[in-house]
Design a protein around this ligand. Structure first.
Ligand code: CDP
Ligand code: CDP
Length: 231
């Protein structure tokens, strides 16, 4: 069918949300948007502009005041065959994936003014539908009317292993305990913040992929898609 819908993929850190969301977008010929990359790029801006003190504490008023100077866009890199995140016209795709950014991002994502700016941009990107977006509040806040919502979860140790393998493959020197601690800390902050905490939307389908392969997930999603797209 030609019916274009919005697909929201939310859940805990390192569950495989982006891998899954990208695969669904590719299958349907939809756009894929990584909302976490926007919070990560905003965090990088704060790091580049001295907005964290020696103890790593964020100067929130300073970051809020700088929001009009933060522009985030996505562009497809044909050579690398990937979507890249741009912060004020500079490609920051690799930098935003470092542990230095992961360490600080949940503190930036707690700020209501930051979230307002990101949500506005995300809604703009999805207004023509035909989009798959992953994050923490996509089904609850960004697109509460999304036709298909998935809430992903997996065992924390399995998630840490997945993220560790990914960082190691990229050549980043990391300790698996550090990766696990970061995942647990971010999940805790994300679930307990006041503004748009990480929550399963009441109408979201839960997908626990602890013991599922990427291929098995595609089989799982297939029947849901068939039903939703033919409605
Ligand atoms: O890749 P990973 O699952 O580790 O995280 P991410 O999706 O890149 O998101 C990084 C951080 O941004 C999260 O831990 C949240 O603090 C924040 N975030 C958010 O608050 N809301 C979103 N829609 C997406 C990300
Ligand atoms: O976006 P999120 O942080 O939730 O996760 P991701 O960046 O997609 O990373 C998940 C990693 O787990 C990737 O390296 C996947 O190949 C792997 N994986 C998966 O996504 N799904 C499974 N069922 C098993 C492994």
């Amino acid at each position: 069918s030609n019916r274009k819908v919005v697909i929201a993929v939310d859940g805990y850190s390192s569950c495989g949300k982006s891998t899954f969301a990208k695969a669904i977008a590719k299958k349907l010929g939809y756009a894929y948007i990584d909302s976490g990359a926007m919070y990560r790029a905003t965090t990088l801006y704060g790091l580049q502009n001295g907005m964290f003190d020696a103890n790593g504490v964020l100067n929130a008023p300073k970051l809020i005041a700088a929001l009009p100077h933060i522009s985030i866009t996505f562009r497809f890199n044909g050579e690398k065959q990937r979507n890249e995140t741009f912060l004020n016209e500079a490609c920051v795709e690799d930098e935003i994936r470092t542990i230095a950014v992961a360490d600080k991002v949940s503190r930036v994502a707690e700020i209501g003014e930051v979230r307002e700016q990101m949500v506005r941009l995300q809604q703009q990107m999805g207004k023509e539908k035909g989009i798959v977006m992953d994050g923490r509040d996509i089904g609850t806040v960004v697109f509460p009317d999304a036709e298909f919502k998935i809430f992903m979860t997996a065992d924390p140790l399995i998630r840490a292993q997945r993220r560790y393998d990914e960082l190691k493959a990229k050549g980043e020197e990391v300790d698996i305990n550090e990766v696990e601690a970061n995942i647990r800390q971010r999940d805790h902050i994300d679930e307990n913040r006041e503004v748009s905490p990480l929550r399963k939307a009441s109408d979201a389908f839960i997908l626990d992929n602890s013991h599922m392969t990427v291929e098995e997930q595609m089989i799982w999603v297939e029947e849901h898609l068939n039903r939703i797209l033919s409605n």
